[in-house]
Design a protein around this ligand. Structure first.
Ligand SMILES: [Zn+2]
Ligand SMILES: [Zn+2]
Length: 1019
């Protein structure tokens, strides 16, 4: 009997009613469930990291702050899921957890959004408004839209400590930024210099090297032209990929030892367009005499290599392209032209003058702006830099010393390589939105760097000061995130408790922007690494492994998924697909499959609630119950094994293994098997047995909820409350977030092993039914009994003690004959299933098409033969035998023995089926008709009768009888086996597809063999 309904699921539930939830809705409605719990957790303060609590170990993560302009995409969803899994798991495991949220002001991105808006609504540019007014508008925009991404994280269930939410431009963080700038400046690690930088003429700002995207293989052109010598006639031919830059040439360089040009060094050439004269110089560093003509034009103000040549030879630095990408006055007659127009014009003019000397295709790398895709222009300008090598060194050493560890480990090399070859970091940006550089200039040009606006120049005391107009690179402030968010530069309790953070979890695409810079800044200012472990998650791609992009139309929107299937389903899918070192292939079917998993758990819980009625078993210490059956002990052992597997996988950051372990237990073992097994006890007369079964069921469910909670927080909280209310388990905390995570312990392997053959036998018979297309209404063993042979006396005793009846019930058998023997007695025309330690024989007379069964055995034989050949080849390879670990070789050898035995049996059975009087022990070739090598089942029917078996598609037979069984069963049973099986297949399909394809013919034997000893599991 279900408890009376106290609150309808569809009504809006406030905190009071969430605490008293006592009944499950008929179907799982994720919207109802997910709306309930976030406010409840938040109100209870479960997300708050307690800086004063030093009694528990701390575990902290700072959320990489999403851009304030952002809307949740799959990358965010993945980051939030994995971090939430870690935080919830650690919290339940007794840690004092802190997960700190915030947003990044995202300089250029935000400025562009507001500029666009301004242009659209008021037809104004930021310059029309002026800096102060424009910044007001950006702040207003931030107030209005900046919390969107935070709300989206809440909808995902992210257990973030909102009391500590930060923004990179809030007062405290701005103070930290100024403090860092001033200190680094005082230490000589920040300087200002006129250098060439990568400039984006569209964004109108300098970019750091990391913001440059290199387009490889761009179809460039190497174009040659001649410079006439200023005196005595003659010319010198040079080549360029950017002809417009010749307007800024201030030298021609040749190799000093090149006999062709040696005599020209020191002479002048005349510019054919502007008329300037400049020298021919000898430079052994720049010039390769073998390349091109051996003479090189030099443009010191527009090329990184030439910049160095200019310094070496004290050349003029002539800027001919301006910040707007147009030619400057120095370009003479071409002034005002766009740089690409100027390119055409230069070529035209030189051709006209007869100075063009031909061209050839030149594939090249082209630098583009990461944001606008504009081709970048190297320009000369005053910028601020961080002298980075002294900061990089300690960050390299910290990783070498193991203070910070990368997972997957291969990223250590990437990190090291970049850090060892690091270039000074250009930190000034020509934007308005950001931290304005705390440097002031007096009319004399002196620079005063200070924490607060100074009243006078620190050099000449002039009171006329102007602050540097540039702002800092956005990544400058995010590099401080792990400690600035905890109150630095104050030495706060939060820093003492939660710094260094435990884990940095992020995408590998920002290892340099983010991870490396945090390492450098954290070590320099806190004296300690900012995080102990860096877990870099893979990229999310579509189901076919392609990059998601709007143009391809294959973008999956996490908000749509959450709407349709729920946050729990999305989270579980992402976790289950996150394997180390492999991109995530996200297909909608996967999400649907895991949504079905949530339904499954819901229905299993409803089944339990219905059977609990007024009973109050809480399942505390279930193993101690006196009336435990072998099935009870088996499921408890499997549960403990699942706990152990999940915890071990989480410890190793193997999110996929953790998720798949819980999934496999809940679906295949708890729902498919145990619930089915428990029905006999639950509907029987034995009250002690009934009570024990209810206790085991409750224990398995509530442990599964806790195990699953980090992955599926909402549904598990809902189920927890209802189950807790039903059994009046006062000892359970009144929120699953306050419950403890299941702990690893030794599993009862003996109980597992003892019961496995019972399941194996049932499965073997069901498989025979499936593959032979025997309907469930055809009860087996009506005349000749179904024979079951087991070799182990203990297994025999277990079956003889009543489990044989259970097997008969679950497999649809009337008479079952049990033998303590290695093999069943021969019966003409029978199907045989074999598993470790048992053999079943199903007489087929009257129910079966013998030819089809022969075909099945042939297929299985072919598979066994193929497996055997493969293993034997492997084992005959001396280098494998020598190099592989001994246990691997031993395992392979054992498998060869198993397969050889299976082969013998199959051969015998085939012979029997063909009507031979006695099992044949000779070569299989004699009994194998020549037509069988075709593996496809459809190709088998050489049989005369038009048997329906032959026509059935491959996967169908296994399902069909199951479905019929469902129809036949009493309606009372909620968690129906057949439904389960179908759905399992659906959910598990993508992952198992390949394996299944290969293993199909031998499925029965394989599946069974897998269970007890788990030795074949890793295949
Ligand atoms: Zn740009
Ligand atoms: Zn001054």
């Amino acid at each position: 009997m279900a408890a009376p309904r106290r609150c309808a699921p569809e009504q809006d539930v406030d905190e009071k009613s969430t605490e008293t939830r006592t009944e499950l809705a008929k179907g799982y409605e994720h919207k109802d469930v997910e709306a309930r719990w976030y406010p409840f957790w938040k109100a209870r303060g479960y997300f708050h990291g307690d800086e004063k609590d030093t009694s528990r170990p701390a575990f902290s993560i700072v959320l990489p702050p999403p851009n304030v302009t952002g809307s949740l995409h799959l990358g965010h969803a993945l980051t939030a899921t994995l971090q939430d899994v870690l935080i919830r798991w650690k919290k339940m495991s007794g840690f004092n957890t802190l997960w700190l949220p915030g947003t990044d002001h995202a300089g250029i991105a935000t400025q562009m959004v507001v500029e666009k808006e301004l242009k659209k609504t008021e037809r104004k540019s930021r310059h029309d408004l002026g800096r102060a007014e424009f910044l007001k508008r950006v702040w207003a925009w931030k107030e209005q839209y900046g919390s969107r991404i935070g709300m989206q994280h809440q909808a995902l269930g992210a257990a973030l400590d909102w009391e500590r939410e930060r923004f990179t431009m809030d007062e405290g963080l701005s103070r930290a930024v100024r403090e860092v700038f001033v200190r680094l400046h005082e230490e000589g690690l920040i300087y200002r210099e006129k250098k060439l930088i990568n400039w984006c003429p569209d964004c109108r700002t300098a970019l750091s090297d990391l913001e440059v995207e290199h387009e490889e293989g761009h179809a460039g052109e190497l174009w040659s032209f001649a410079y006439p010598l200023a005196e005595d006639g003659g010319e010198i031919v040079v080549a360029t990929t950017r002809p417009e830059t010749m307007l800024g040439d201030t030298a021609v360089a040749v190799h000093p030892e090149d006999p062709r040009y040696q005599h020209l060094i020191g002479k002048l050439v005349r510019h054919p367009i502007t008329g300037r004269e400049f020298p021919i110089v000898g430079d052994a560093i720049l010039v390769d005499p073998e390349f091109g003509t051996g003479a090189v034009k030099v443009t010191p103000a527009h090329d990184f290599n030439d910049f160095e040549v200019g310094k070496r030879h004290d050349l003029e630095f002539l800027t001919v392209i301006g910040l707007d990408g147009k030619m400057t006055a120095a370009a003479g007659p071409l002034a005002g032209l766009d740089r690409f127009e100027a390119r055409k014009e230069v070529k035209r003019l030189l051709e006209e003058k007869g100075l063009a000397r031909g061209s050839k295709p030149n594939p090249m790398a082209l630098g583009r702006c990461q944001r606008s895709q504009t081709i970048l222009e190297p320009l000369l300008s005053d910028q601020w830099y961080v002298r980075i090598a002294p900061l990089a060194q300690p960050a390299i050493e910290a990783v070498e010393q193991g203070k910070t560890r990368f997972i997957p480990e291969q990223w250590t090399n990437t990190y090291n390589a970049w850090m060892r070859d690091i270039h000074d970091w250009c930190i000034s940006r020509q934007l308005w939105w950001g931290h304005q550089i705390p440097a002031w200039y007096c009319p004399e040009g002196h620079v005063t760097v200070a924490r607060e606006a100074p009243s006078a120049c620190s050099t000449c005391q002039s009171a006329t000061l102007r602050q540097d107009e540039d702002v800092l690179d956005t990544w400058f402030s995010s590099g401080l995130w792990p400690f600035s968010t905890m109150g630095w530069p104050e030495q706060t309790e939060t820093l003492r408790t939660f710094y260094p953070t435990s884990v940095m979890e992020t995408g590998h695409d920002i290892i340099f922007f983010w991870v490396a810079r945090m390492m450098m800044m954290g070590l320099h200012f806190m004296g300690e690494v900012p995080f102990k472990t860096v877990y870099l998650h893979p990229m999310v791609r579509d189901g076919k492994g392609q990059k998601m992009s709007k143009t391809k139309g294959n973008v999956i929107d996490p908000l749509e998924i959450t709407e349709k299937h729920g946050a729990d389903a999305l989270r579980f899918t992402l976790a289950a697909l996150t394997a180390q070192g492999r991109d995530i292939k996200l297909a909608n079917e996967r999400i649907e499959g895991y949504r079905a998993f949530a339904n499954k758990l819901w229905n299993a819980s409803r089944f339990a609630l219905m059977n609990l009625g007024e009973h109050r078993e809480t399942g505390a210490d279930p193993a101690a119950a006196a009336a435990l059956s072998a099935a009870d002990r088996w499921i408890l052992a499997r549960l403990q094994a699942a706990v152990n597997g999940t915890v071990a996988a989480l410890e190793a950051f193997k999110f996929n293994e953790a998720a798949n372990t819980v999934y496999a237990f809940v679906w295949h073992e708890l729902c498919d098997w145990y619930i089915e097994l428990s029905k006999e006890a639950l509907t029987g007369e034995d009250e002690a047995r009934k009570a024990a079964t209810r206790g085991v069921l409750v224990h398995c469910l509530q442990t599964s909820y806790r195990l699953l909670h980090p992955f599926m927080p909402f549904i598990t909280e809902e189920l927890w409350h209802v189950l807790r209310a039903q059994v009046k388990a006062e000892a359970w905390p009144d929120s699953i977030m306050a419950a403890s995570y299941p702990a690893a312990a030794a599993a009862d392997e003996a109980a597992d092993r003892a019961f496995a053959p019972v399941l194996g036998i049932v499965e073997a018979v069901r498989n025979i039914r499936g593959e032979m297309n025997i309907a469930w209404k055809n009860v087996l063993g009506q005349g000749e009994p179904v024979h079951v042979a087991v070799a182990d006396p203990a297994t025999h005793a277990l079956l003889a003690g009543g489990e044989d009846r259970r097997v008969a019930r679950l497999a649809g058998i009337e008479k079952l004959s049990l033998h303590l023997a290695a093999a069943t007695p021969p019966v003409a025309a029978s199907a045989v299933g074999v598993g470790p330690g048992f053999e079943v024989r199903v007489p087929l007379a009257g129910v079966i098409d013998v030819a089809a069964e022969t075909g099945r055995i042939d297929k299985e034989l072919a598979k066994v033969d193929a497996d055997l050949a493969l293993l034997e080849k492997k084992l005959s390879n001396p280098s494998f035998v020598e190099r592989a670990p001994a246990e691997v070789v031993a395992k392979d050898r054992a498998r060869v023995a198993e397969l050889t035995e299976a082969r013998q049996k199959l051969t015998n059975h085939r012979a029997m089926l063909m009507g031979a009087d006695e099992p044949r022990r000779d070569s299989p070739m004699e009994t194998t008709p020549p037509s069988i090598p075709t593996p496809a089942p459809e190709a088998a029917p050489a049989a005369p009768a038009p048997a329906p078996v032959a026509a059935a598609p491959v996967p169908a037979p296994a399902k069909k009888p199951a479905a019929k069984k469902a129809a036949k069963k009493p309606a009372k049973k909620v968690a129906k086996k057949p439904v389960a099986k179908k759905a399992v297949k659906k959910a598990a399909k993508p992952a198992k597809k390949a394996a299944k394809k290969a293993a199909k013919p031998a499925k029965a034997a394989k599946k069974v063999a897998k269970k007890p000893a788990k030795k074949a599991k890793k295949k």
